[in-house]
Write a protein that binds this ligand. Structure first.
Ligand code: IFM
Length: 459
């Protein structure tokens, strides 16, 4: 096996299939979604433009030229979608709030219709025995805030606190689990350095200032949420990868360390009170963010859990002149999903154990994990997504390993309940356990969903 070949155990036997009972009765089993990816209803009930509407309307940004304007029409079809979640046997559901639905285009006036939508949605979850897990920010920044500088502008932190306040006042009697941000790395680096996500900026200094303000808005939101919801459980979800050097050569090992500094420690160190990693600060030089007195203390506000989004490990090679730190992620070899991402279930247990050892963050939740394959609806209407089913089963086996090893992981949210708008890939990529026919909006349980249902029902 080369270091970027993560194929699970080659020709070896399938891992012993995990059972729900292995995880104990209190373990949370959910699916995750996000507002822009599923809701559609882009102009309904006072929703204002988001950076993703603007980005998708810019020719060449989305591979199939699509947008989230209609998506899965979840805004209107949510009762059916929550019924599916209940019937699968989920006991939790992770969703995100579309900021553009919550305030008008000045940010001053709350939009009652938007607030009412989430009230109905949450009531629908509770009626179906689904514990609501609300994410305040999953990338759909109102465009009017971007026009003022977006997350690179410190004023967006205050605007986010207004959102946190409005949502927790409205839903705090029913929603106890709050995730401030989903994947700040993507918000900052993909959106503002790599530029293939909205708002499409390509500047490292901007990206790192964005990352700082996102983390600051998280830390400052924690006391706002607690003030409105005294029994709240508050956390943040990070996308993280276990890392391997491309070879044993010192230069690749050093490259992996540099990548780790920006990819992992840049986010986790300040969240857990250690400030930004000194070596990485030195490496980014003038691109380092402006940090005001008190910011680091605010970012390190104690939280109740950490959300971990795991998809795949990364193999890092030294490549002077490439990227901000002279590092390159090698393309995967061996078994991959349709995204070209390595299939490496053992990376999940490894990553969770590392985080628990490095930071002792308290309870961990896998807030996303899933796979993309080119699904086909067969003549009999079935979607036999054998690979996704195996992916899910193997990752749950790795999760059980983490539990057995004493890692305090308390829940798992599969990404995603439904096929949806996969950002710059549009609708070309399917991650759902449930197939969506975008022409008719028909939902069909794939084999992976049926396997999850069996697992959740203890069969
Ligand atoms: O679809 C995304 C999601 O919005 C954030 N995490 C990764 C998923 C798959 O790319």
């Amino acid at each position: 096996m080369t270091t970027n070949d993560f194929s699970p155990a080659g020709d070896g036997p399938e891992p012993h299939a995990p059972k729900r009972a292995d995880f104990g009765p209190d373990f949370l089993w959910g699916c995750a979604t996000s507002s822009y990816q599923i809701e559609g209803a882009g102009s309904a009930d006072g929703r204002v433009e988001s950076i993703w509407d603007r980005f998708a309307a810019t020719p060449g940004k989305i591979r199939d030229g699509s947008s989230g304007q209609v998506a899965c029409d979840h805004y209107h079809r949510w009762p059916e979608d929550l019924d599916i979640g209940r019937d699968l046997g989920l006991n939790a559901y992770r969703f995100s709030i579309a900021w553009p639905r919550i305030f008008d285009g000045t940010g001053k006036r709350p939009n009652e219709k938007g607030l009412d939508f989430y009230t109905r949605l949450v009531d629908g979850m509770l009626e179906r025995g689904l514990q609501p897990w609300a994410t305040l920010y999953h990338w759909d920044l109102p465009q009017w805030l971007q026009d003022r500088g977006g997350w690179a502008d410190r004023g967006t932190v205050d605007a986010f606190l207004e959102l946190a306040d409005a949502m927790t006042r409205r839903l705090g009697d029913r929603v106890k689990h709050w995730i401030t941000h989903n994947e700040p790395w993507c918000t900052a680096i993909i959106g503002n350095y790599e530029g293939w996500h909205a708002p499409g900026i390509q500047d490292l200094g901007t990206a790192l200032q964005v990352a700082h303000h996102v983390l600051l808005s998280h830390g400052k939101a924690v006391p706002v949420i607690r003030a409105n919801v005294p029994d709240a459980q508050v956390g943040i979800s990070l996308s993280l990868h276990p890392l391997r050097p491309a070879s044993d050569a010192a230069r690749d090992v050093a490259a992996m360390e540099r990548h780790d500094g920006l990819r992992y420690r840049w986010f986790l160190d300040p969240l857990y009170g250690r400030g930004y990693p000194a070596a990485t600060l030195a490496q980014v030089g003038n691109a380092a963010p402006v940090v005001l007195p008190g910011d680091l203390e605010a970012i390190a506000a104690p939280t109740d859990f950490l959300g971990v989004n795991y998809y795949f490990p990364e193999t890092v090679a030294d490549d002077p002149g490439h990227g901000p730190l002279g590092t390159r992620i090698l393309p995967a070899r061996g078994e991959t999903t349709a995204m070209g991402w390595p299939v490496a279930p053992q990376g999940l247990s490894e990553l969770l154990a590392r985080i628990a050892g490095d930071y002792r963050p308290g309870p961990l939740y896998v807030t996303e994990n899933g796979s993309c394959y080119d699904d086909v609806v067969e003549g009999d209407g079935e979607v036999r997504d054998v690979e996704r089913r195996r992916y899910l089963m193997r990752h749950l086996a790795a999760l059980r390993q983490a539990v057995d090893d004493g890692v305090p992981v308390k829940g798992y949210f599969a990404w995603s309940l439904l096929d949806n708008f996969e950002w710059a890939e549009g609708y070309l990529r399917r991650f759902g356990l449930v197939h969506v026919d975008y022409a008719t909006q028909q939902r069909r349980l794939k084999d992976s969903a049926k396997w999850y249902r069996k697992f959740l029902h203890g069969a």
